[in-house]
Design a protein around this ligand. Structure first.
Ligand code: NDP
Length: 449
């Protein structure tokens, strides 16, 4: 695979030829290549060593059958994958997703993004991602356990604390990590830091559940500060009602902001007075304990509303997409801008389409892309790995401070590489270049491998 030049179209043609039909992966690569190709234009060492071409090809992709039995005794079959994308700066690290929409394209986009994100944290972690097209909705605890055990039975052959350290993602939270860690331990007779996001009793880190959502709000806060603004007194629209969304909402409220919406795949709730911390706790219980739907909020609390669809037409100052990829299209991005939104911080991975990002940037609003804005989660996973390796556990205050510092450093790196002549900060460009440099330099040191 040789590329004639550093023209974006030529480059993308090569990627598409090698990975046909993988549209999410193409989108993620295009977002990065659009800023990296101009950056390496006058840097022959990266070009002659084909660094970007090598970075867009995963080290390896592992796919396997996951066979399990449902509660009625039926044999069920799903497909599991682990994409070990790049381990140039540390063991592969990235979450596991259980959702019917999981395909190799989705996991390759996530693993590719993860490589840049992990580099941005400045911690020694490579990029990877895994998952299965399994739908956890409506499954009993026993079915979830049997699926997690079957999944880990295969996955355990390819992971380890110095090899590949998975974590949670959509559909994989504390319960699933517990089942998978239990199966890993049973199969290998090893108790180690092979997974992060573990329960506190068996090596999990304080602050890990909060880290992604809190981190996205810290990024938002740092972006607002560049314009002399605070979260206090401003209105936020948030999508999702899982781990990332609820913790982002919590930190917005801590900072004096108002959270107008949360959502799930059925629609969104609108609380014009702002979701309170008490109501947020009710949502966490609904989602984690009762496994209910967000629409129940409007039945429970008078004066609030449930609407089908996505929340991006609700007028707000700040938007935090925290559900899934491509959940904001160009029209929705335009609606956000038109209705007065001044900042977008992405808790979910690649939640805005390329056309949508163009709308933010044309309007020069503050835009924190996912690989920077949601890096707090994996950063705290990195801190969990350090604690496990040293057989210690750090206090909440230490971890909170480390997370805040890491997010500030990420913001500063984006500013350093993304500031334009008119003062506008292109955080996407900044994050891509800052993330690229460390991985690329490590790859140069290794020679042609
Ligand atoms: P959860 O499973 O805890 O929550 C996901 C939420 O998003 C649910 O409310 C879910 O609704 C909603 N959602 C999922 N898929 C869709 C869809 N196709 N359309 C509409 N809504 C959807 O996941 P997380 O909170 O952990 O992850 C959310 C996002 O954040 C993902 O993009 C993930 O990759 C990213 N992320 C997560 C990190 C973490 O630490 N957990 C770290 C970095 C990024 P429903 O229940 O109806 O499916």
């Amino acid at each position: 695979m040789a590329f004639a030049g550093n023209d974006l179209n030529d480059f993308m043609e090569g990627v598409k030829k090698r990975s046909p039909g993988e549209t999410e992966f193409h989108q993620a690569v295009q977002e990065v290549a659009a800023t990296i190709l101009p950056y390496i234009e006058d840097k022959p060492e990266y070009k002659t060593n084909m660094i970007l071409e090598r970075m867009t090809e995963p080290d390896r992709v592992i796919s396997f059958r996951v066979t399990w039995q449902d509660d009625d005794g039926n044999v069920r079959v799903n497909r599991g994958h682990r994409v070990q994308f790049n381990n140039s700066i540390g063991p592969y690290k990235g979450g596991i997703r259980f959702h019917p929409s999981v395909t190799l394209s989705v996991l390759k986009f996530l693993g590719f993004e993860q490589t840049f994100k992990n580099s941005l944290t400045q911690l020694p972690m490579g990029g990877g991602k895994g998952g299965a097209d399994f739908n956890p909705k409506g499954k009993s605890d026993a079915e979830i356990m049997r699926f997690c055990q079957a999944f880990m039975t295969e996955l355990s052959k390819y992971i380890g604390p110095d090899i590949d350290v998975p974590a949670g993602d959509i559909g994989v939270g504390g319960r699933e990590i517990g089942f998978m860690f239990g199966q890993y331990k049973r199969m290998t007779n090893r108790f180690n830091g092979v997974l992060t996001g573990k329960g506190r009793e068996f090596g999990g880190s304080l602050m890990r559940p909060e880290a992604t959502g809190y981190g996205a709000v810290y990024m938002l806060e740092d972006m607002l500060h560049t314009r002399g603004l605070e979260i206090d007194g401003h209105k936020a629209v948030i999508s999702g009602s899982g781990n990332v969304a609820t913790h982002a909402a919590e930190k917005i409220i801590h900072r004096g902001g108002t959270v107008l919406t949360l959502s799930d795949s059925g629609g969104f709730i609108y609380d014009k007075d702002g979701i309170t911390l008490e109501r947020l706790q009710w949502i966490k219980d609904l989602k984690e304990k009762r496994r209910g739907r967000i629409s129940e909020y409007a039945d429970e609390f008078k004066g609030t509303e449930f609407h089908e669809g996505r929340p991006w037409n609700v007028a707000c100052d700040m938007a935090l997409p925290c559900a899934t990829q491509n959940e904001i299209n160009a029209d929705e991005a335009e609606a956000l801008v038109k209705n007065g939104c001044i900042a977008v911080s992405e808790g979910a991975n690649m939640p805005t389409t390329i056309d949508g990002i163009n709308k933010y940037q044309a309007a020069k609003i503050l835009y924190g892309p996912s690989k920077a804005a949601n890096a707090g989660g994996v950063a705290t996973s990195g801190l969990e790995m350090s604690q496990n390796a040293a057989h210690i556990s750090w206090k909440e205050e230490e971890l909170s401070k480390l997370l805040r510092d890491i997010m500030s450093n990420i913001h500063a790196a984006c500013e350093e590489y993304g500031k334009e002549s008119d003062g506008y900060i292109d955080y996407m460009k900044g994050a891509n270049i800052a993330g690229f440099r460390k991985v690329a330099d490590a790859m140069l040191a290794f020679g042609a491998v």
